[in-house]
Structures are given as C-alpha cells and as structure tokens.
Ligand binder design. Structure first.
Ligand code: AMP
Length: 218
C-alpha cells in the first residue's frame, strides 16, 4: 500500500480516518501526538516539559520529534504501508522527512489534506471525549458519536476523559500554529505532485474519498 501523510488542522479527522484505514487495509498508524503524549507521562524532566508544552498546544522541538519518528520508522510493521498523522508539521520537518526516507529506502506515498471550517473544528475539540480503555472518540457537543450514557464509552463501557489540550484556549494556539507553520507544507507537497485535498466534513464521505485514492494508487 502507498504510504499516506495526513495534513489537517486539529480535530479535522486524521485520527478517525487512520483508525478505519488500519482496520480495513492493515496500515500502520504513526501519530506523533500519541507518541509525544505517551512520552509526556514519563516521570522525568523531559516528561514534565512535554506535558507542559502539550497542554498549552505548542509544538514540540524538532529534535525530539525526529528522534521519536526515526525510532518508530525503524520498527518492523511498516511493509504494508503506514499513515503519518501529525508529522511533518512544519517545513523543516518536511525537508528532514525527505532525508529520512532516503536513508530508510521508503517512498513518500501520497499526501492528503483534510480541509474543515474552523467553527466545526472548535466544536469537535471542545466536545471531544476519549475512552480510557479502547481509545474510541466521542463528542458531547455533536450528534455524531455522542455518548449514550454521560462519561461512558459507547463501544466498551470504559470511562471517558478529555485530553489536556482539548480546550478553547489551547485550540486557539493549535489552530494558529497550524495556519502559520503547517499550511506552508501544503505547497511543498503540491509542487511534488503528491497532494490531494478533501473538503467534506462528513467522516464517512471523507473515508470513501480516501479509499478511492488508495484504490487508484495500489
Ligand atoms: P495531535 O495529536 O496531532 O493533535 O498533536 C498533539 C500535540 O502534539 C500538538 O499540539 C503538538 O504539541 C505535539 N505534536 C504532534 N506532532 C508534532 C510534530 N510533528 N511536531 C511538533 N509537535 C508535535
């Protein structure tokens, strides 16, 4: 399978689409946000620094991200294709990723931009609740995936929690960072001829469009 890079603002649906593609096609899912959140739980100076930056919605330094990404890309589960969700996030990371690919002998694949209006993103972020047990995402502000019982996962009955950076203040920083730092990489990939932009706000429709791209390319 062709590798996929998702480029999208926070809560545009990268994680949801990635999960569906993992299940259906066996893609490996590499979320730098997930990796960094797990590093932030460590009882160390680095863990505490990461936790503070993540809760404010600020980007983590490139050198830490590169180390985490290179470590993940050296694991043996990538031969059926992998999805990069959250990396690269600025132009320096995009250039560095080209180097990494050369070193590990893998293809860039296709880059999919998910475009979503900011008011929808804000609602998804502030209403997002995640299951501690199975990771299923719910939303208390929309009809889609609303928990049937408050605080309880629809899928497994686990307890729901709110991510530390899923609040309005942090959303502002994360969205502005996306506009300032991440959007320029759209042009970088457009020039390489690998960019596809999808604009539906319906996760099922988005998934269908992604699957059509996958089928065209594999
Ligand atoms: P996400 O789960 O993709 O929304 O990412 C959550 C947070 O992790 C971001 O707000 C950043 O603080 C951090 N993060 C994730 N990926 C990167 C990256 N490639 N570079 C720098 N920081 C990142």
């Amino acid at each position: 399978m062709k590798n996929i890079i998702f480029i999208a603002a926070p809560a545009a649906g990268k994680g949801t689409a990635s999960e569906a593609l993992m299940e259906k096609y066996g893609y490996a899912h590499i979320s730098t946000g997930d990796i960094l959140r797990s590093m932030a739980k460590e009882d160390s100076e680095l863990g505490r620094t990461l936790s503070d930056l993540l809760s404010k919605g600020e980007l983590i330094s490139d050198s830490i991200v590169y180390e985490a990404v290179e470590k993940r890309l050296s694991m043996p589960d990538l031969d059926n294709g992998y999805i990069l969700d959250g990396f690269p996030r600025n132009i320096e990371q995009a250039i560095k990723y080209d180097d990494i690919l050369k070193n590990i002998g893998r293809d860039l694949g296709i880059v999919i931009e998910l475009k979503t209006p900011v008011d929808i993103l804000k609602k998804r972020i502030t209403g997002r609740r995640i299951c501690k047990e199975c990771g299923q995402t719910h939303n208390v502000l929309t009809n889609v995936n609303a928990p049937k019982v408050e605080g309880i996962c629809n899928k497994c009955g686990g307890t729901l929690y709110q991510r530390g950076d899923d609040n309005e203040e942090s959303f502002k920083t994360r969205y502005q960072t996306y506009l300032d730092k991440t959007l320029p990489i759209i042009d970088y990939y457009r020039k390489k001829g690998v960019l596809y932009t999808l604009e539906s706000c319906d996760p099922n429709e988005t998934l269908k469009e992604i699957e059509a791209l996958i089928n065209d390319y594999n």
